[in-house]
Ligand binder design. Sequence first.
Ligand code: SF4
Length: 395
Amino acid sequence: MLLVGYCFGIRSERRLCEEVHLNLAYRWSCRLGLDSDVPDHSTFSKAPHGRFRDSDLSRVLFEETVWRCIREGLVGGEGFAVDASMITADAHRQRGVAGVAELDSAKASRAVQEYMAVLDEAAFGGTSETPPKYVSPVDPAARWTAAASGPAVYAYCDRSYLIDLDHAVIMDVEPSTAIRQGEVQAARTMIERTAETFEIKPERLAADTGYGSAETLAWLVDEQKIEPHIPVFDKSTRRDGTFSRADFVYDADADRYTCPAGKVLQRYNRRFKTVRDEPPKDDTLKYRARMADCGVCKLKSACCPNMPARKIPLSIHEAARDKARAIAKTDAYVTSRRQRKKVEMLFAHLKRILKLDRLRLRGPNGAKDEFLLAAAAQNLRKLAKLIPAPTLKPA
Ligand code: SF4
């Protein structure tokens, strides 16, 4: 019955019971006879937190829809796309408390206990070292956040969807807290889990700039051997008219830059007794010009007007970024960028047609169950659309 509700956008459990009671097709789908009793709506309030969750039923059900799509040949497995969008949590926007310490642990609800359990997880509490300014007492895992338009609300980063680009079959879904680091972590989890569960790893992954950080690109290129069809997150281009990093020439053999004035920028301008080859803590190498060179340089006002000497930061994952930049010049990248819109269309469908614009269940597990059931419903609708039903022969 829950699946019927998700497939046809019936969000109220009371209404779902009424619809199944009256609609013969729904009864047939739920294997209820004409005179069978329809379960009470309160069943749906209790079952998701008990039997369903203990058996991980939502994930089993969702994975079964993916297996079915694979068997029907709807999954190519060559190109995937990943994206996430926000969904409002079931929490009043004006009833927040200032920080986690304000949560009354003595009267902790199930959602609060679940939040405490995921405080160290990379997709929730571990995404950021900055403590949240406001916390919802009824669903603290939701993040106080503002969309591009409209007032701030408590929200989850829903719909971190990983889809196959052939027919936009949803391969995996993962909830996370509503900040970018959470989405990126969710993407990594989904790629690893898809490889483990279905033994499918894509050759290319399409995503937006939010997934184009140096660490993520290095993880894709070096560890996963997946081509990143992702715009590089690059802040090296200066917009104030001064020289950008591209104006400096890098010599890989000598590991140094040469500036437009012909001076050398090196990682170390002093000779150390012991060689310093440990990786930097922030994964960024810094190449510095000599103050003696910059101080008398005629180009200083166009290079580093506010600093005594120019400094060029370079990520230790620059090779992966270069690979992504090279891919961005190919025709395949243009195709991937066009195909990436399929994820956006799934989000729009979820919101407009399946009416999932606000969660009904609370806590990380509630969000996970809702996303899995919604994704299962979208895959089932795709199967129904693309695989024609066998025609019944007259008796
Ligand atoms: S300011 Fe320094 S780094 Fe910049 S061009 Fe002049 S010498 Fe080179």
